[in-house]
Design a protein around this ligand. Sequence first.
Ligand code: AKG
Length: 311
Amino acid sequence: RPVLIPVIDLTDSDAKTQIVKACEEFGFFKVINHGVRPDLLTQLEQEAINFFALHHSLKDKAGPPDPFGYGTKRIGPNGDLGWLEYILLNANLCLESHKTTAIFRHTPAIFREAVEEYIKEMKRMSSKFLEMVEEELKIEPKEKLSRLVKVKESDSCLRMNHYPEKEETPVKEEIGFGEHTDPQLISLLRSNDTEGLQICVKDGTWVDVTPDHSSFFVLVGDTLQVMTNGRFKSVKHRVVTNTKRSRISMIYFAGPPLSEKIAPLSCLVPKQDDCLYNEFTWSQYKLSAYKTKLGDYRLGLFEKRPPFSLP
Ligand code: AKG
């Protein structure tokens, strides 16, 4: 059914206001006029396609992704994941260090260079969105959000997903990526023009997101939900793959440094009694988030009542 997903033109004078509204309403919005070079997008996508087209024996040499590298997922042990293959990369390594990661050992230098430039752009864009949120919500300088994704210790990563076309999918399931929220602050997603992404809106219905290869989609993550004391909602999303065309997506997860203490920003919670979450560190949350079944409501662990307890 048609639900109007907000489209925000970054060159609009009231883009900040629109971003905050979209984060409150959907935890999700589309961005146009984002300033990322279109040929960088095309190039990175093509290099990712080339990588995924390599023989399995070669790709397997670049895995498993613990924590970074190449991986495949069939239906997960909890029945929570569909079928896809992916590359997970640390967003904080410099060009030199990426040279030694297995993914780039047998791929052209142009792939690594495109990844590096893309990561820089994603870092810039994620900081920009959080700065706009700070300005709109009048967040005090000492509580800056954008600082968390700008610093070199920020625990951010880039994931490139490939959902093969249906005929090639070994498991005849509709789900490409099971429903989940992203644990970080915000995620920046871009895909080719193959549909499949769906988001869950406030009334619980799943809505198709029309793909647009030249735009970005921004997703609010759990950490931003906590820091805004629930004013922004992290968006539940999934990918259904029932198409004849393969889907390639790239998602940058902008996260805080591992040791960073996460709690609702005091300027957004004037009365302590209204604070919905207990403080935790990003490494505590990350551990619990990636340990539990996708789609479980993990933030429950950190809600004020019942009393705080870590797994
Ligand atoms: C993820 O990698 O966490 C996603 O949700 C990917 C979504 C997509 O492929 O569009």
